[in-house]
Design a protein around this ligand. Sequence first.
Ligand SMILES: [Zn+2]
Length: 307
Amino acid sequence: MKKIAYLSLCLFSMITFAQEVSKEKVKDILSTLASDEMKGRKIWTPENENAALYIARLFKENNLEYCTGTSYLIPFEYEGKKAYNVCGIKKGKSEKYLGFSGHFDHIGTSNKAGDNINNGADDDASGITTLIGIADYFKKKKPEFSMVFMAFNGEEEGLLGSQAISEDKNLDKIYNNLTALFNFEMVATVSQWGPNTVYMTGDGFSDLDELVNKNAVNGLKINPDPYARQQLFYRSDNVSFVKKKIIAHSFSTVDMTKASHYHHENDDINIVDFDNMTQIINNFSKTIEKLNPQNFNPKYTDQVKFN
Ligand SMILES: [Zn+2]
């Protein structure tokens, strides 16, 4: 009898453990995106396309469906030049969607002697790894909300990819049902509040943070934006969706007052805290798992500017 109890306990812990995204996987994905081979993933380079293809492969591994058409890659044009965003969906019990995004492009290489590759591990391979981690967590699950995962291109050139995909009419059936978009931007380091915490830009503009915190699992905490004066809410990819009056905020851990790696060659995997990232990915996923259209319907306040 004891043996059976022990066995079932083992089995139980194996099952619960199996749902978790492993640190190895987080490390593997982020290290690939931030590798020297990707040469800083600058838009309109072959390496940028390789990054898009790699993300598409991970979307497929995580059983996501196409957002539109016959590919995860969604082309857009800017000044006659073509590039791709990457988009995948997961159908949940409800028609209502939650969105998860980040940008996979970075600023490429510099003319410096020595290490001249801007690997963009924090900016924003960390955000892409986070959304893929969430997709991985839900791989074999049927969540309450449907989910859309978007890897934007051309953020560094002026939010080009998020702007283009937000205006894509083929995705209106998703956008019309999009309850909220979580945009992850620089989440590789431990925030000023310590592990297992992030901050949300534009926290005064909606009650999204309160609603998530109310359901937060394992002590995960969303804090208000301490750098509100920098207006990050209006400067990141989320703003392309704010214009559509969709609830969309960016989530970050970076300390803007001392981020010496920001747009610098040393933004590489050495600055990444993989334990903290893995913890945040798993706890965010478990929190999302508790949300449904009844307990989660965030609204903007009249403080927000839509244009
Ligand atoms: Zn960025």
